[in-house]
Design a protein around this ligand. Structure first.
Ligand SMILES: [Zn+2]
Length: 312
């Protein structure tokens, strides 16, 4: 089976808290050997930006995790490759194709020219905010969070120009609608679920889900137990419940997975990337067409990234 997962925090964990352990060893949920059973494995590795970093500190932190990923490519060239082109995205086989994202626009340090330098580093998706506020907008945990700032608007336009994916996960509701209005390129919610099934504001309302579907964007289902169920007591079936709901809103071509591996607590019965095979089987057991399951696990994300982001 193939997997194209829109979000994990493995690079941040390995480069930071775990003191630089290689991806062959990995963190709690992802290591390269644990994903070796996958035929084609594309994984977005987020460079997570803690909200307290600003300016030079933010840049330094970003570069630290970026350099970690580059080092991994150097050490493990057979098993791990940073994807920089459509050709590489499509050719990844029996190795992990890493698409770099940045989770938190503070990595730009308020400088518009840094969008281009992140692009040059291989970054192809930016989650505009984390939970707090930054130079671009307010995150979802900010009381009565505001939408895009002037700088945030400039960043979205520049990302459109460069063909980088704008990610609204973690963004305030006002910010979501600003992006919907402003972005010419279909946008992404890399790791968010349905708010009508689990009320945490990190999840998307049905209206937001429908906007993303209609615009040709993609949504990655998050395995975080607190975003699957209000009581946090989530099982694998809750992932299927959210999938079912998104599909009922017309998500056949936009539903993807955004595991949040190594960034959160996942349902009991799952241990990490090695559990994706079982999840895939769970969909088939519920009589989902194999073609649709393949779209959710990989096809929809591949389609989005080849159509809008990687040009050649
Ligand atoms: Zn996140």
């Amino acid at each position: 089976m193939d997997l194209f997962d829109l979000h994990c925090d493995t690079a941040f964990e390995c480069a930071g808290r775990l003191g630089g352990v290689d991806l062959s060893e990995g963190a709690w949920h992802i290591s390269l050997p644990r994903g070796e059973y996958l035929h084609q494995w594309r994984q977005i590795f987020a460079i997570f930006m803690p909200d307290e970093y600003r300016g030079e500190d933010a840049v330094k932190h970003y570069e630290h995790v970026r350099d970690y990923l580059r080092r991994q490519e150097g050490i493990l060239p057979e098993r791990f490759q940073i994807v920089r082109s459509k050709r590489q995205l499509l050719a990844t086989e029996k190795q992990c194709g890493c698409v770099i994202s940045v989770e938190g626009g503070s990595a730009l340090a308020g400088k518009i020219e840094r969008v281009q330098s992140l692009y040059n580093d291989g970054v192809r998706l930016i989650t505009l905010t984390w939970n707090g506020s930054n130079e671009l907008a307010d995150g979802i945990r900010v009381e009565q969070g505001k939408g895009l700032t002037q700088f945030g608007r400039e960043v979205v336009r520049e990302m459109n120009r460069l063909h980088m994916a704008v990610d609204v996960s973690h963004l305030s509701d006002a910010g979501f609608y600003d992006v919907a209005e402003l972005s010419d390129v279909p946008f992404v919610a890399s790791h968010s679920n349905a708010r009508s099934l689990c009320g945490d504001k990190r999840n998307l309302t049905d209206e937001m889900i429908t906007v993303i579907h209609r615009r040709g964007g993609i949504i990655g289902l998050n395995f975080c137990v607190g975003f699957l169920r209000d009581d946090g007591n989530a099982a694998v079936t809750d992932i299927l419940r959210h999938a079912e709901h998104m599909l009922s809103l017309g998500g056949e071509n936009s539903l993807c997975l955004g595991s949040d591996f190594d960034g959160t607590d996942i349902p009991s019965g799952m241990t990490g990337v090695e559990s994706m095979g079982e999840l895939y089987e769970s969909f088939l057991r519920l009589n989902y067409r194999e073609e649709l399951v393949n779209k959710i696990f990989s096809g929809n994300a591949e389609n989005y990234f080849t159509k809008y982001i990687f040009e050649e």
